[in-house]
Design a protein around this ligand. Structure first.
Ligand code: NAI
Length: 397
């Protein structure tokens, strides 16, 4: 079939396998030329490995100096009569192909991170491929639903909403490049609680506990999960909203996990990353205008990074050096240091104040944001002929 981009609102409904391959190759090439990760981990479990920060971390640790073997967990959809399958499906496929080609073990496990069954499958894989132990556990799940942990048949659904008061702001529909004003009413207590159970630290802790229980934690094992704090212009919808509540919970979990891992001379850190275009982030109401302004300013200043640059810098400069891991007063690792630079924030806020439905594509870096979104799904690569039909049957399980 011929595969063209299909976007509904801010969700991609099609992905191109060979474009996804290009995206993987681009990231591999970057980490091979970047500052190398010295003394990095060799056996890494990544939960949420198929896109965004989790995928970038997997690529950085495999090809960026650490030569890690990896087990990656993700929840992706393969091709079927109904559609092309998700980009993450192809990312897994091609990551494995290139990792294997260079002699690295790369195990892909498709399953719901929240389920006991997936945890058991991973424990088995750790026995089989890692001689029973892991050196690093990365928790990078961005999910909107999970089964009720209390065991009912219900699914919990997260809601990205403000708390206490309504939020009014603009959002950009990637489907038709339209700037839209919207008002989001405050979350109910139930929505706040569900979002916390899905995006807070609960499942991260469950994973680490499960691995402690089966004695799969190596000496010196670290664990990290990703967080966001962001600028005061995004606080009403992010930090002060349901997602922020969940991230505060994640930060607290990092402290309890740090105590548990101390028994193994290990550590746990919540790592605060930069705002970037990913499948998950474009879904956050009101964030896209901020992203377009941030990209514009950081590119002008030469400080812009994508997921892959963030992850390579995290491992080479912060997590695996001779020195102790640099953290802030709340023991957070700050990869958003360049985003939060005072001059950057002043310029972003003044640019944002000028943006409206008629000028956002000219004044801010909307093109950069849109291109990155297309790239995430395997589109917009110059060296792919998108008029060529693709045989998807080779990508079935
Ligand atoms: P993403 O959408 O690119 O990746 C999410 C990953 O989670 C995918 O591998 C997906 O397959 C996996 N996943 C989703 N539901 C799952 C389930 N039920 N079971 C197993 N795997 C599942 O998202 P992104 O942006 O990389 O997010 C990862 C983490 O980084 C999140 O905690 C997010 O809050 C955080 N973060 C993201 C920032 C951004 O601007 N994108 C900034 C700072 C932190």
């Amino acid at each position: 079939m011929i595969i063209e981009p299909v976007i509904k609102g801010v969700v991609a409904r099609a992905s191109h396998p060979y474009g996804c391959e290009q995206s993987i190759l681009k990231q591999i090439n970057y980490v091979k030329s970047a500052k190398s990760i010295q003394a990095g981990p060799k056996r890494v479990l990544i939960i949420g490995a198929s896109s965004g920060f989790g995928l970038a971390a997997r690529i950085a640790l495999t090809f960026g100096g650490s030569n890690a073997d990896t087990i990656g967990v993700s929840f992706e959809r393969g091709p079927s009569d109904k559609g092309t399958g998700s980009a993450g499906w192809y990312n897994n496929h091609f990551f494995k192909k290139y990792a294997n080609r260079e002699g690295h073990t790369a195990v892909n496990i498709q399953g719901d991170a929240f389920s006991d069954q997936t945890k058991e499958e991973v424990i088995e894989a750790i026995e089989t491929y890692f001689e029973g132990e892991v050196d690093l556990i990365i928790y990078s799940v961005a999910a909107g639903v999970r089964p009720d942990p209390k065991g009912s048949d219900d699914m919990l659904r997260s809601a990205i909403k403000p708390i206490g008061q309504s939020f009014s702001g603009a959002t950009i529909q990637l489907e038709n490049d339209q700037w839209q004003q919207q008002t989001i009413s405050p979350a109910t207590e139930e929505e706040i609680d569900a979002t916390l159970q899905i995006m807070g630290g609960q499942d991260w802790e469950a994973w680490v506990d499960a691995l402690i229980n089966v004695e799969s934690i190596a000496q010196g094992c670290k664990t990290i999960a990703f967080s966001y704090i962001g600028s005061e212009v995004t606080h009403p919808i992010y930090l002060d909203g349901t997602l922020g509540r969940a991230k505060v919970d994640l930060h607290q979990t990092s402290h309890s996990l740090n105590l548990k891992l101390a028994n193994y001379q290990g550590n746990a850190y919540a790592t605060v990353c930069k705002a970037l275009v990913t499948k998950a982030s474009v879904f956050i109401p009101g964030l896209t205008p901020y992203l377009t302004a941030l990209y514009k300013v950081m590119k002008e200043k030469g400080t812009h990074e994508g997921c892959i640059e963030q992850m390579q810098r995290l491992f080479s400069d912060k997590l695996y050096t001779q020195d102790s891991v640099p953290v802030d007063a709340e023991r957070l690792v700050r990869m958003d240091d360049w985003e939060m630079n005072v001059d950057t924030q002043e310029r972003v806020q003044s640019l944002l104040a000028q943006l409206n439905k008629d000028n956002f594509a000219q004044l801010a870096d909307y093109q950069g944001v849109k291109t990155e979104f297309l790239n995430l799904n395997g589109f917009g690569f110059d060296n792919i002929d998108y008029s060529e039909p693709v045989d998807l049957s080779v990508f079935h399980k």
